[in-house]
Design a protein around this ligand. Structure first.
Ligand SMILES: Cc1ncc(COP(=O)(O)O)c(C=O)c1O
Length: 490
């Protein structure tokens, strides 16, 4: 019998320890004293690296066995528990696969942690622009032609980083992209933060862990039943050394990894391994029923659900049907207003809203009643939109933009002397701060990029539509921080 199938749950080990007569003369300071602290928080199973347990950094005991079990099930060379979210996996993965000051090709719609890695390691960024999905005005996939062209122009690229699926559920052709990268000996890292459920069901796209990506980072907490901050990092192939990945994780992840979070990862994995088939069958059924109901919509549109289907989105290689992106384009409602109506009148809290869109995230844990409530609410709102009272403005208020001209690297702009500039005078100046729409945490402008009129118009449109736009210095919409050119850092 596979030695892993006999493993007790990490949670059971922790409970057994809590029930033992062991006196905790060690961290954490709460000492599992539930008589004093109560049981609302899991003090009882919150321990540190004590005898009989293991140390996540340099794991050689039970944690090593749990992680090996994941690697066997996922078919990876090495899998790591992460307790600081995908953010720490992305930072560690990029650092493990690049050299300081080296070149990295990243999808421009990457999460901010990728930009932070570029900044911290002084990397030279080359951007891969996602395709534009015309119908919804969102980022589509990254094309293979784009990758091939970029790597021909930049053969000295040390790592390619993409987000697939995107926040909205768009999946790129990872297998073909991995082949292109590998033909030049370049590793591919896939930010699969939103796709950790892909490993468990054929109703969803195939995970990058099975498609040749060298590093794959997944947030369990986003789409699977696991506590917030729990993630996995996976390595495959021979282009990234596991020892270096472990070393970098020890830099970017807490030296006191939470056993509560690790028990949650183990529990999530076992639940899905043992009961995933039926959980994903019912999940798929709920999504199919939801999609059918959405066929009645007359004004709102739901991406790849209802009357919209993947064949009308040629830039998508595949789509995660678990994402429900509603477009209110042309109805006079903004995404924020739609989200507020769902909250106030239907008690439904959406994941995010920007421009004309609102996004619902689903998982195996949604109930039939919850999915019915969302469908009924959308149909009820749609019935109130009896005339198209909004101007149909294609791509209005979206996060898509033409790539601004790069003047210098991110770190140079951030380490230069900076001044605040009134936004109306900023055209032609070089940004010395990030500008984000949050969520989803994708930068609209990156330090070192030239500010153009398209960017200024985009900011105004987003703000008018109630989308939250942030800059590091918090001066928007009045001021933006720019570089004082004579003082460029070297
Ligand atoms: C695409 C993407 N990558 C990475 C992250 C970071 O994940 P975590 O919050 O688990 O650190 C996020 C978070 O929103 C994300 O949307």
């Amino acid at each position: 019998m596979d030695k892993h199938t006999t493993q007790p749950y990490l949670l059971d080990r922790l409970k057994a320890h809590a029930a033992s007569d062991s006196i905790p003369m060690h961290m954490p300071g709460h000492k599992r004293n539930i008589a004093l602290l109560g049981t609302d928080l899991p003090y009882n199973i919150d321990i540190t690296e004590i005898e009989g347990f293991d140390n996540l950094h340099g794991a050689s005991g039970i944690l090593n066995e749990y992680m090996e079990e994941i690697a066997v099930f996922y078919g990876t060379k090495r899998s790591y528990y992460l307790v600081n979210g995908s953010t720490c996996g992305i930072l560690a993965g990029i650092r493990a696969a690049t050299r300081r000051g080296g070149k990295i090709a990243v999808a421009r719609n990457c999460h901010k942690s990728v930009y932070h890695a570029i900044e911290l390691f002084g990397l030279e960024a080359v951007y891969l622009m996602p395709e534009l999905d015309e119908t919804f005005g969102i980022h589509g996939g990254i094309s293979t032609a784009n990758i091939a062209d970029t790597l021909t122009k930049h053969p000295d690229t040390q790592l390619v980083v993409l987000t697939s699926p995107t926040y909205e559920g768009v999946v790129s052709d990872i297998s073909a992209i991995a082949d292109i990268c590998h033909a030049q000996g370049i590793p591919l890292m896939v930010d699969e933060a939103h796709g950790s459920h892909f490993n468990y069901s054929e109703h969803f796209p195939t995970s990058a862990t099975a498609l040749g990506a060298d590093i794959v980072i997944q947030s369990l907490h986003k789409t699977l039943p696991s506590l917030t901050m729990t993630s996995l990092a996976h390595l495959n192939g021979s282009l990234v050394r596991p020892e270096e990945m472990s070393r970098q994780l020890a830099i970017f992840e807490s030296s006191s990894p939470s056993y509560v979070l690790m028990a949650s990862i183990d529990r999530c994995f076992r639940l899905l391994k043992d009961e995933g088939e039926h959980l994903f069958e019912s999940y798929n059924q709920r999504l199919t029923d939801f999609s059918k109901k959405m066929e009645q919509l007359k004004h709102l549109m739901v991406l790849c659900h209802g009357n919209d289907n993947p064949s009308t989105h040629p830039t998508f290689f595949a789509f995660d049907q678990g994402k429900i992106l509603i477009s209110a384009q042309g109805t006079g409602l903004t995404g924020q207003e739609l989200s507020e109506t769902l909250r106030s009148y239907h008690h439904i809290e959406m994941e995010m809203a920007y421009g004309d869109h609102a996004l619902a995230m689903t998982s195996v844990c949604d109930t039939d009643a919850a999915m019915d409530a969302l469908a009924d609410a959308l149909l009820a709102i749609d019935r109130t939109l009896d005339s198209l009272n909004g101007e149909h403005s294609q791509n209005d208020g979206i996060l898509f933009f033409a790539l601004p001209e790069k003047q210098c690297e991110i770190w140079q702009a951030l380490e230069s002397e900076k001044i605040d500039c009134p936004i109306e005078n900023a055209i032609g100046q070089t940004a010395a701060e990030y500008v984000w729409a949050y969520p989803p945490g994708i930068p609209l402008l990156v330090p070192g990029e030239r500010i153009n009129d398209g960017f200024i118009r985009q900011i105004h449109t987003l703000l008018e539509k109630g989308t939250k736009v942030y800059s590091d210095a918090d001066g928007l919409p009045k001021n933006i921080r720019i570089m004082h050119h004579e003082r460029l850092a070297h």
